[in-house]
Design a protein around this ligand. Structure first.
Ligand code: TNX
Length: 529
């Protein structure tokens, strides 16, 4: 089967045109990534890249993937890599224990100690490609870099012609921040398990290691809670605009968590409270102070709902929910929301947070929440997620002084649901327009006035879903800004340079075309076609 036929059958649409066009010009002049340039186009920018001029490694039918003998985790990363490479190359690529340093080798020994817990070292010579790391997470990060060194067509789900040339060189790389997050709001509009998996695959390519799932809001409750079944039966039955909504059974949710874990991504589930709770209040009248359940809500206002702070049953409810969510969550963190609680008085809000934080702890987890929850003076272990629009944030500086380390999601920079400009059809604009350069040009380590650089735990890009209903719309807002935020979270500040970044970003589009990612072709980026 010709590659073009494969692409057409898979309905890659726009990507097909791009592939044919690339194929046509490639024979005359290399209009897309040559092996030599792919080393310069890695996103996020690595710590150090040293080319070996004139040297390259070509994948062949006899190439094997060698993984660290005795390591199940390294083997799993090897299988993941084989899963990416087999469909497009058509090669068998057996994954076998081995440490010869030939072929493609994923080894847990011999890495430069600078790689730390999540970094890697990648060496491409004429004999093969060797990724060395101290952990499987490091190997996985190295695999993402290795993918980007191969021609974009390697991402295709059908057999392509090759050749599969990787430029010779060394990459030494490790992350700036431990928390490199993406958030997806599955409450305003529901996203299916397959749609979320698709996004997980996309964020993994950019070394994102946290997926924060916003599971509940006024418009919908999206996770089955066995002790309170009406939360999903009723509360999950619609969404913004009145569509059918939906929810994940616990089994589906476990599957999502495992899918993310196989990509070295930890899911952070969010149960938003005490505000943003209309779907729960509508499902159980007893959670309302007046005992009357409000109707389901399908609009996009915020700040009108609150759990009843004075009732004991509220805490029985929260305890049950957190118990079940904790049991489904291998990760350390539970996100308790806490944002825009405009229908809760300040003293009630403090009382509520003071009662809920110990419940999180009781179920063996650490709390994280939107930055408003620092008003209630949570312990230093609790992680505030800053979403403000100003760079002056005394509450955050004070929390840092008490020992908190903060995740930055400034709405004017990192909110993927803000419109790019006045013409953007999707998205909101309450925090302003955010074109690609706006999303990229800020330094997380020096963003909030007076906040010490080491008080920043990481960076996260939230994608709220009031205006998006499917993967194509999601991708239009996430790409190319998600890779920009991912680079801020991974790359050392010394690599930060918009003029270089926009060229690397443009090169990524070859890959998005093959993967069928519906990105926004911002005029700020020098796309290559
Ligand atoms: C604010 S920021 C919200 C969300 C909305 C979002 C839309 C924050 C923690 N809450 O409820 O979906 O704006 O941009």
């Amino acid at each position: 089967m010709l590659p073009q036929q494969g692409a057409r059958r898979r309905g890659l649409g726009r990507a097909l045109t791009a592939l044919v066009f690339a194929g046509a010009v490639a024979t005359a002049a290399p209009a897309h990534a040559t092996p030599e340039t792919s080393l310069q186009h890695i996103v996020p920018a690595p710590v150090a890249v040293t080319p070996r001029p004139g040297v390259s490694f070509t994948l062949g039918a006899d190439t094997k993937i060698h993984t660290q003998p005795g390591s199940v985790e390294a083997r799993q990363v090897g299988e993941y890599l084989a899963g990416v490479l087999r469909p497009s190359t058509g090669y068998r690529l057996p994954v076998v224990p081995g440490a010869s340093g030939r072929h493609i080798s994923l080894l847990l020994v011999g890495a430069d100690p600078a790689v730390g817990a999540e970094g890697y070292q990648l060496d491409v010579t004429g004999r093969g490609a060797v990724i060395r790391a101290r952990t499987a997470a490091g190997l996985f990060a190295g695999v993402q870099t290795f993918r980007q060194l191969l021609p974009a067509e390697v991402e295709a789900k059908t057999r392509q012609r090759g050749p599969w040339v990787v430029p010779g060189g060394r990459v030494l790389d490790y992350p700036r921040y431990a928390h490199r997050g993406a958030m997806l709001d599955v409450a305003r509009h529901f996203f299916s398990v397959d749609e979320v998996k698709r996004y997980i695959d996309q964020i993994a390519l950019y070394k994102v290691n946290r997926l924060h799932l916003h599971l509940t809001d006024d418009q919908g409750w999206r996770l089955e809670i066995k002790s309170w079944p009406n939360l999903t039966a009723h509360g999950g039955s619609t969404e913004v605009g009145g569509g059918p909504g939906g929810y994940y059974t616990q089994e589906q949710y476990r599957d999502l968590v495992a899918y993310a874990a196989a990509r070295h991504i930890t899911v952070i589930p969010e149960i938003d409270m005490p505000g943003h709770t209309n779907a729960a209040l509508s499902s159980y009248p007893e959670l309302n102070c007046d005992g009357v359940a409000p109707p389901l809500y399908t609009g996009i206002d915020v700040g009108f709902s609150s759990l009843c702070i004075a009732k004991d049953i509220t805490y029985e409810f929260v305890d049950d929910v957190l118990r079940e969510v904790a049991a489904l969550t291998p990760g350390e963190y539970l996100h308790i929301g806490g944002d825009e609680a405009h229908a809760t008085t300040d003293p009630d809000f403090d009382l509520f947070i003071d009662k809920v934080l110990p419940l999180v702890e009781k179920h063996g987890k650490t709390a994280t929440g939107w930055h408003e929850f620092v008003k209630a003076g949570p312990p230093a272990s609790a992680v505030p997620q800053f979403w403000g629009t100003k760079t002056v944030a005394p509450d955050m500086v004070a929390a840092a002084a008490r020992g908190s380390r903060i995740v930055l999601s400034p709405a004017t920079k990192a909110y993927l649901d803000m419109k790019y400009d006045a013409n953007t059809k999707l998205g909101l604009s309450w925090a302003g327009y955010t074109d690609v350069q706006d999303a990229y040009d800020w330094n997380p380590g020096a963003y909030i006035e007076g906040l010490p650089a080491d008080a920043v735990r990481g960076v996260e890009a939230p994608l709220w879903s009031e205006t998006i209903t499917n993967s194509a719309e999601l991708e239009f807002l996430a790409f190319p800004r998600l890779p920009a935020i991912a680079e801020l979270a991974w790359s050392p500040w010394s690599t930060h340079d918009w003029d270089r970044f926009k060229v690397r970003l443009a090169a990524q589009a070859d890959r998005w075309d093959v993967l069928g990612v519906n990105y926004y072709a911002s005029p700020q980026v020098p796309w290559r076609r």
